[in-house]
Design a protein around this ligand. Structure first.
Ligand code: FAD
Length: 469
């Protein structure tokens, strides 16, 4: 800022309009703050990665792929006729409608709450000032009282594979495909790689997943990933583990696997090797904030980095998930508004929208034991569930981990259809300090996948009904 330029006064500044940022802005407004929300893409940025190029588009693609695949696989269940052909150009129009409806809804909420949205890239210039540079037009200078940093994350590129958005893609490009490729190689078997690989395979692509580690979904307990590995094999997905992508050459991904060098034929290569927080170009030194390892911002339970500066969502440690960002947003807005607030959940649920779905919250048995807890475990195969049979998805299981003495639930882990919906009950149970007895005595509707949690709890107590326990 040079002499003569006037800084606009801002009460609560929120940087980034993803799930973290827009939720913090709304909560701030509810608390009576005068809120300014800045996003690189202005009003178009509302919804961030999640609504625009992440959670929502990926789940829409998975839905399409599932629908097609299940219809094609339902001949034996009473549906005959040709399998419907995918039309990704039509899907992109459908996706745009969904995304516009959701982001339009959030924009309306922000307007209704009196939140001012400014477009441009923000950089801090002083502990209480920032400059916002729009793609066109003059910069704006803001002098703020409090700030929430919610600038999210971006894909990590692989130096060996130059991202061109045509052949070498990131997840955003992959979700924007308007034709189903014949062949695709996915580099990275984390949740984004597995979700995209499964969807493309169900749409008819011949998929190879290349993973440097020794198995898919390396951040999850190995037993949770096993049913998904089996299903990927059934879908014809080739999973190369202990394999490193080296280059793209003449229509093939060159992969080193041990002493072997393989050429994996791939019309498209999708790099999904992780994400990095957007904290490097923010001028954080001017704000008086030093990022920690990996560029993450160190925060206290109140999500404050230092007085008057909060950070939430993918720029902070913990799972990079939208619902974590939402939850932190409320805490940050309250803490900056003088309320006592702490982010202290017993568990943050995590879901992989794979086939079957994986959903997990709380402690895995090994984790609990490593913490010195004496635990009991109950695992019931999904094959014992009537609803899973009617859906035609009997793979997977539900597992409960409880404290041996008290029966208090410590972990709920589900692999199977609608696991993503079921895990909310597990999360609530853990948050409320419920026991296996509480779960077993709660009447669940029949036939549902949800009653599998009741069955697992009954089995833990030695009185299963529909399984051997
Ligand atoms: C393919 C994919 C699928 C996913 N699926 C799921 C899922 O199923 N469930 C789930 O919970 N999570 C999912 N995620 C993760 C989820 O999208 C993120 O955890 C979530 O979006 C993080 O929210 P955020 O508010 O921290 O940041 P973001 O959503 O990343 O938003 C950050 C915003 O900040 C803006 N910004 C950045 N820097 C600046 C700057 N200097 N100035 C101004 N604006 C700036 C950006 O334009 C962006 O709009 C998925 C992610 C991907 C990529």
């Amino acid at each position: 800022m040079v002499v003569g330029e006037i800084a606009e006064a801002v009460d609560l500044l929120v940087v980034g309009a993803g799930p973290g940022g827009y939720a913090a802005a709304l909560r701030g407004a509810q608390l009576g703050r005068d809120v300014t929300l800045v996003d690189r893409d202005g009003e178009d940025g509302v919804g961030g990665v999640c609504l625009r190029v992440g959670c929502v588009p990926s789940k829409a693609l998975i839905e399409l792929a599932d629908l097609r695949h299940r219809t094609a696989a339902a001949t034996g269940a009473g549906l005959t006729g040709a399998a419907p052909a995918p039309d990704l150009a039509a899907f992109q129009r459908h996706r745009a409608v969904i995304v516009d409806r959701l982001t339009g809804g959030v924009r309306g909420l922000l307007r209704g709450a009196g939140v001012r949205v400014i477009g441009g890239t923000l950089r801090f210039t002083r502990p209480d000032q920032a400059v916002v540079e729009p793609t066109s037009g003059p910069p704006r200078f803001l002098e703020f009282r409090d700030v929430v940093i919610a600038t999210g994350s971006r894909p990590v590129p692989l130096p060996a594979l130059h991202h061109d958005g045509v052949v070498v893609l990131d997840s955003t490009d992959a979700l924007a495909l308007d034709a189903v490729p014949d062949t695709a190689a996915i580099v990275g078997a984390g949740y984004i790689g597995v979700e995209l690989g499964t969807a493309l395979a169900k749409l008819g692509t011949s998929v190879t997943i290349v993973e440097q580690g020794d198995r898919i979904l390396p951040t999850l307990d190995a037993s949770l990933a096993r049913p998904v590995s089996r299903r990927l094999a059934e879908l014809g997905v080739d999973v190369l583990v202990g394999a490193t992508a080296q280059a793209y050459d003449c229509g093939a991904l060159v992969v080193d696997q041990g002493a072997e060098r393989l050429d994996v034929k791939a019309e498209k290569v999708i790099v999904a090797v992780g994400r990095r927080p957007n904290t490097d170009d923010l001028g954080l030194d001017r704000l008086g904030v030093t990022p920690g390892p990996g560029g993450l911002l160190p925060v206290g339970p109140d999500r404050l980095v230092r007085p008057r500066v909060a950070a939430i969502g993918d720029v902070t440690a913990g799972p990079a998930l939208a619902h974590k960002a939402y939850a932190e947003a409320g805490i940050a807005a309250e803490a900056l508004s003088g309320r006592r607030a702490a982010f202290d959940p017993y568990g943050i649920p995590a879901v992989v929208f794979s086939d079957p779905e994986i959903a997990t919250v709380g402690l895995a048995a090994d984790q609990a034991r490593a913490e010195g807890l004496h635990v009991k475990i109950s695992s019931i195969p999904m094959a014992a569930n009537g609803r899973a049979a009617t859906i035609g998805s009997p793979a997977g299981y539900a597992q409960l981990v409880a404290e041996a003495d008290t029966g208090a639930l410590l972990g709920v882990h589900v692999v199977g259809p609608h696991a993503s919906e079921l895990i909310a009950e597990g999360t609530l149970a853990i948050e409320l300090g419920a026991t296996a007895e509480d779960l077993a005595e709660t009447i669940h509707p029949h036939p549902t996948i949800a009653e599998h949690l009741e069955e697992a709890a009954r089995a833990m107590l030695g009185r299963p009904i529909n399984s051997a326990g």
